[in-house]
Design a binder for this molecule. Structure first.
Ligand SMILES: *Cc1c(COP(=O)(O)O)cnc(C)c1O
Length: 348
């Protein structure tokens, strides 16, 4: 006897990275949060939120926030849809485009939520393995002819990016939707926004969780042609972006200078941390995100993960084939990163 649909009964729920209780003294390098505070302008808006704003339902279209995005990115308003984190936009895409047995394709390892959301729809996951260098298996992805194809760029957990040419070419081979998940774009050298202008089947996803230091606020958005967004508007939760998130997020997005300055600090720390790990003979994959995928020389990633955890430093260990000899480590402040590399030296 079960209360659930067969696919729900069979699936494993998404397991987020550990979140220690508030006040616990840990160095948290496991879920790719930004180590720096959000924009002071955004925090000012938060402090000034009044009861009247909260008494009423929010704008169901998050118009003010989308206007801020439109101005910064130079994209028309009706090409933008907002979500309660970009996870929410992912949910809308799957709800709108994927029914029972429909194929959803992506290369693995990548963001595990793509699998979870596909399984909720009773869709069929087509998982194409990445090679050791995380080169995009574009032909295999195209061959899957999926209803939805995901590419995270930069990818997690590898930090690798894929070019406009590669993704544009892939989009041209697909009849279904290509989702380019740019959650980490703020730490990368380029982006793929221009593709949406020529490919109606492409949607670009962005979030304020990483670059803008607002993971707790829950705000993200998608950019795509109005024809593609039409289906998403139909299936989204009515008030998916709350009034506080819309107000605070608008101010944060308008403050590009603050975001860019923090991203520069993270990028400089990424270079230093890469060099430090390499002196210890760790393999480090070239990353354009705010984390590094790294393999200790003897592959004893789990022991290092446990040792770090015992010493109050959290990193991400994925106990799965292809990743169980590696760690994904968020780039923190230089001070945090020094504590990390110091602790690794002690453990080994
Ligand atoms: C963090 C992340 C997201 C989503 O984050 P939200 O907090 O829901 O906006 C999406 N994709 C990838 C690959 C991520 O790492």
């Amino acid at each position: 006897m079960t209360y659930f649909r067969k696919n729900i009964e069979q699936m494993v729920g998404y397991v987020p990275g550990e979140q220690p209780a508030a006040g616990e003294r840990v160095i948290k390098l496991n879920t790719n949060e930004n180590p720096y505070p959000p924009s002071p302008a955004a925090l000012e808006v938060l402090r000034n939120l009044d009861g009247e704003t909260l008494r009423r339902y929010p704008d169901p279209t998050a118009g003010r926030f989308r206007q801020a995005v439109s101005e910064v990115l130079g994209v028309p308003l009706d090409w933008i849809i907002a979500g309660n984190g970009s996870d929410d936009v992912l949910t809308m895409i799957l709800r709108a485009c994927v029914g029972p047995a429909d194929a959803v394709a992506y290369a693995v390892p990548t963001y595990v939520l793509y699998r979870t959301l596909t399984q909720i729809q009773a869709g069929r996951c087509v998982e194409v393995p990445y090679d050791e260098d995380f080169a995009l298996p574009a032909d295999a992805l195209a061959e899957a002819a999926a209803a939805v194809t995901f590419v995270a760029s930069p990818n997690s957990p590898s930090g690798t990016v894929y070019s406009v040419e590669q993704l544009d070419d892939l989009a041209g081979k697909l009849r279904g939707v290509l989702v380019v998940d740019e959650a980490y774009v703020d730490f990368a050298d380029g982006d793929c926004l221009e593709i949406v202008r020529r490919r109606e089947n492409v949607i670009i996803l962005r979030t304020l969780s990483k670059g803008y230091s607002l993971a707790g606020l829950r705000l993200g958005f998608g950019v795509g042609s109005p024809a593609l967004l039409e289906g998403l508007w139909k299936v989204k939760d009515s008030y998916n972006v709350d009034a506080a998130a819309a107000a605070v997020g608008s101010a944060a997005f308008a403050d590009q200078a603050h975001k860019n300055a923090n991203a520069e600090k993270v990028k400089a720390s990424r270079v230093k941390m890469t060099a430090e790990l390499k002196t210890m003979d760790f393999r480090v994959w070239p990353s354009q995100a705010n984390f590094l995928l790294t393999r200790p020389p003897d592959g004893n990633a789990e022991a290092i993960y446990q040792g770090l955890k015992a010493g109050g430093i959290l990193v991400r260990y994925f106990n799965q084939p292809g990743l169980d000899d590696k760690l994904r480590i968020t780039v923190g402040t230089d001070e945090q990163n020094a504590a990390l590399t110091g602790a690794i030296k002690e453990i080994r």
